[in-house]
Design a protein around this ligand. Structure first.
Ligand code: SF4
Length: 67
């Protein structure tokens, strides 16, 4: 199962934690808000992605199954 990270930009408050936990798929823009890659999260990074989702203080992240 392939997954990718999705963000709810309305809920996000820009802590930047997700970019620390999953820098391979999340970068921060010039205001400190995350830019999430639409690329699938490879299996080796799934644990990090799930941690980013559960640790997001705004519950703004989710993993979406893509196939
Ligand atoms: S951890 Fe959550 S609230 Fe913080 S920048 Fe990432 S998505 Fe936004």
């Amino acid at each position: 199962m392939d997954v990718r990270m999705r963000i709810n930009p309305i809920a996000c408050v820009g802590h930047g934690l997700c970019a620390e936990l999953l820098p391979e798929r999340v970068t921060l823009d010039e205001w400190g808000y995350p830019v999430v890659s639409a690329e699938p999260v490879p299996p080796r990074l799934e644990a990090h992605a799930r941690r980013a989702v559960t640790d997001c203080p705004a519950l703004a992240l989710k993993l979406e199954r893509i196939r």
